[in-house]
Design a binder for this molecule. Sequence first.
Ligand code: 6PG
Length: 241
Amino acid sequence: MTKYRLQIFTSVEELARYFTAELSATIAASGNGQYVSVVLSGGSTPRAVFEYMAKNNTGTHWPTVRIFWGDERCVDPHHPDSNYNMAHESLLSPVQLPASNIFRIQGEAEPSVEAQRYADIVMQELPHHNQTPQFDLVMLGLGEDGHTASLFPGYMDLLRSKNLFEATEHPESGQRRITATLKLINNARKVVFLVTGESKAVMVERILNRKKDWKQLPAAMVKPAYGELIWLMDEKAASRL
Ligand code: 6PG
């Protein structure tokens, strides 16, 4: 298992406070006037963190932050399932992030066409490392099945993709998705998992303690080759460690 930093919190608010400080440190380290590219995730823990950040919007210098997504559901941007809609409502609108800083995955478009369009945008907007666009910070959630972004177990060919984004679908609901690939995620300077709740404890243990087919779990394949891996979780999610 790649070296990682693990922080365990008694509450989601404490976790959110730590993540906000991590983001501010990333911005501060980026040098004057440089943009910081941040990839947002969907999910209930990311939403709680966004709501905290919007309520406690003091130190973050938002104009230098450019926002991208690690995955999106193939729905309209105002659909309740949309990751963009969730982030816009809970964070981007409250902190008044300029529209020019927001790079939305167009969930309403044809998935495979949009996966390519968005990959082209990321190619042109980000600095490259190792011939691959390099994000400053990638935020990820963890599904109970070990998925992250929209990389689900059982789609092993997707995990080997040489593309930056792929069209896929949720294995149970069939909902079409667009997701960043491991090639892109593992090229980031910093990858942060945000995980809370008892329901994730088994999966957290399987991944961090390399148990029972852990190599089949997409979240366990997140190993930034040139960056830092950070796991932020509450005591419930960490209860089996
Ligand atoms: C999504 C997310 C997904 C999410 C996990 C955890 O689009 O749903 O990208 O990877 O982060 O499913 O979600 P919860 O925090 O809601 O369990």
